[in-house]
Design a protein around this ligand. Structure first.
Ligand code: ZN
Ligand code: ZN
Length: 146
């Protein structure tokens, strides 16, 4: 549903509207995040290097950092995995992670706005976000171990 909004504009336009300077490298990084949701910076670098051969891993990291800061890209960090990047930033969705192969699936939030869960005791904290990671074994890994 909301993924349509994420792809409505071209990369250059989205970068510009976030107040960032548009460069070939930034454009390629944003396209790579769209093409491969939940990829790590290393994986995105491999994709970007195909279209922008003179790019560096550091410039991919920098672009991702700028995008996250500008709210264009969301970074998730399942325990024990590198940071993973995606364009779905504003729907408070959650993730299923395979503990064996590291596959990641989006799980729509039933509420859609953060925080969608409240702690049994908030200890006086003003809670802003509840980020849920469901860990399990994906169907492919379950089939392989059978
Ligand atoms: Zn798996
Ligand atoms: Zn996601």
């Amino acid at each position: 549903m909301t993924s349509l909004r994420s792809t409505a504009h071209d990369a250059g336009e989205r970068i510009r509207s976030a107040g960032l300077r548009v460069t070939d490298s930034r454009r390629a990084v944003l396209d790579a995040v769209r093409e491969r949701p939940h990829a790590s910076a290393d994986e995105l670098f491999t994709l970007v290097a195909r279209t922008v051969p003179n790019t560096s891993l550091q410039s991919v990291y920098n672009a991702l950092g700028d995008f996250v800061e500008a709210g264009l890209v969301r970074r998730i960090e399942p325990a024990g995995r590198p940071g993973l990047f995606e364009l779905r930033v504003d729907d408070n969705h959650h993730h299923l992670v395979c503990a064996e192969c590291g596959a990641v699936e989006d799980v729509d939030c039933t509420v859609g706005a953060a925080p969608c869960l409240t702690p049994s005791d908030a200890h006086g904290y003003a809670v802003s976000v509840a980020e849920v990671t469901f860990w399990g074994v994906c169907p492919a890994c379950a089939a392989a171990s059978r």
